[in-house]
Design a protein around this ligand. Structure first.
Ligand code: PMP
Length: 397
């Protein structure tokens, strides 16, 4: 038995897929253009990013990044707690707190590190973290790192949440309910008012990871909690800058005392370098634009609605809610990979998703920057290959 046996087994699987369709993961982008991305020397309409507001190549955001590079250099070369804390980080924190309607914010280097740091510092072994079965991996990893008991409830089901909370109501520690605002692989919105009401009844604290809702949903893009009018009832909100905010980094928002505690105890903050000046400045510029151009989120959602109705009309099984994300479901992994290849060859970039991430599907995400032409191109690509992938009998199963 060797440490590397599993690598060999994985390679055999990966080779089978590569021989059938090429490598569906890590496809390299040569450059971005106004129309999308150039890959393998061919232009592709981009339906595989999370650039929801279309700001990742916006001239104002790029200029803010360039200015910060010139002013501060390329790197902070260390943790914020040691030498990497810039006035820029603190300005971003103040503006995020104001935008999301919370007393305080703490900026981390990535969204993943945000969730890891928040959960691992806030929870202890005697606590119980109750997660929606589809929450993001970073939340699960943070919960596990904390040593707390982790239990899950059925996706977006308040009754099942109540059942799980009741089963743990007698335990000595605290209860923390953790959900996503928008589920990345389902494209649906959590029923926050119902979930928060159940959590409150059991005296549980609530954390919402709004990575995919922040900047997009709610008034001026204030996120899923704002959309549902529960921003003050949710104790902690986490966001990432790698999607609507066109950069990389993340933040937790909440009560000043809790945020201060995390500032000094979250290990993913203390033991990792600060987000770069350029990334921080780009996120700040994108946040300011998001506030003043709320039509961007609305356009992304409207584009996804249009895409979904076109795909459903062709017989594809489409899932998603009033968000920029839609997923097209397939029978098995191989069908997903084949469909990914066929659609890519027709000029459209999508994301193949297979277990254990989620059941087999292609994930498509829309942005405010998409044009009528982009949507038509995507729909044409799916229509061209529909005969091979739409199975009318699926509906009967
Ligand atoms: N939470 C959710 C729901 C996400 O989808 C992601 C990224 N896919 C993250 C957190 C992590 O964010 P980042 O990529 O900025 O580290």
């Amino acid at each position: 038995m060797s440490l590397f046996d599993k690598c060999r087994a994985f390679r055999a699987y990966a080779e089978t897929v590569r021989q059938a369709v090429g490598d569906p993961f890590y496809p390299p982008v040569q450059r971005y253009t106004a129309e999308g991305a150039v890959m393998g020397n061919e232009p592709r309409a981009m339906f595989g990013g999370n650039n929801y507001l279309g700001l990742a190549r916006d001239a104002r955001v790029v200029a803010a990044g360039v200015q910060a590079l010139e002013r501060y250099g390329t790197s902070s070369t260390g943790s914020r707690s040691m030498n990497g804390n810039l006035a820029l980080h603190e300005t971003l924190e103040a503006e995020l707190a104001d935008f999301f309607g919370k007393p305080a914010a703490l900026v981390f280097a990535t969204g993943y590190q945000t969730n890891l740091g928040v959960l691992s510092s806030m929870c202890r072994a005697q606590d119980t973290v109750v997660v929606d079965e589809y929450v993001h991996a970073s939340l699960l990893d943070g919960a596990r790192l904390s040593g707390a008991r982790v239990r899950s409830f059925l996706h977006s089901d308040p009754r099942d949440l109540a059942r799980v909370l009741e089963a743990h109501s007698d335990t000595a520690g605290n209860l923390l309910v953790v959900v996503d605002g928008v589920y990345s692989m389902e494209g649906d919105i959590a029923p926050l008012p119902e979930l928060v009401a159940v959590a409150r009844r059991q005296g549980a604290t609530v954390l919402v990871d709004d990575a995919h809702g922040a900047g997009v949903l709610g008034r001026e893009g204030r996120g899923t909690c704002s959309l549902h009018g529960v921003a003050t009832d949710v104790d902690l909100i986490t966001v990432t800058f790698s999607k609507a905010f066109a950069s990389v980094g993340g933040a937790v928002l909440g009560d000043a005392e809790a945020v201060d505690y995390m500032r000094y105890t979250a290990r993913s903050q203390l033991y990792s370098a600060a987000s770069t000046p350029a990334d921080t400045a780009a996120a700040l510029a994108a946040l300011r634009i998001a506030r003043t151009e709320p039509w961007r989120g609305e356009h992304a959602v409207a584009h996804a609605r249009r895409l979904a109705s076109g795909l459903a009309g062709m017989g594809y099984r489409v899932v998603g809610g009033a968000t920029p994300i839609r997923c097209v479901r397939f029978r098995d992994d191989l069908q997903v990979f084949k469909a990914w290849r066929a659609v890519m060859d027709a000029g459209v970039y999508t994301n193949p998703v297979v277990p254990p991430v989620a059941s087999p599907r292609l994930r498509l995400s829309c942005t405010a920057a998409h044009t009528e032409q982009d949507l038509t191109r995507a729909l044409d690509a799916f229509e061209r290959v529909a005969a091979a992938f739409v199975d009318p009998r699926e509906d009967e199963r």
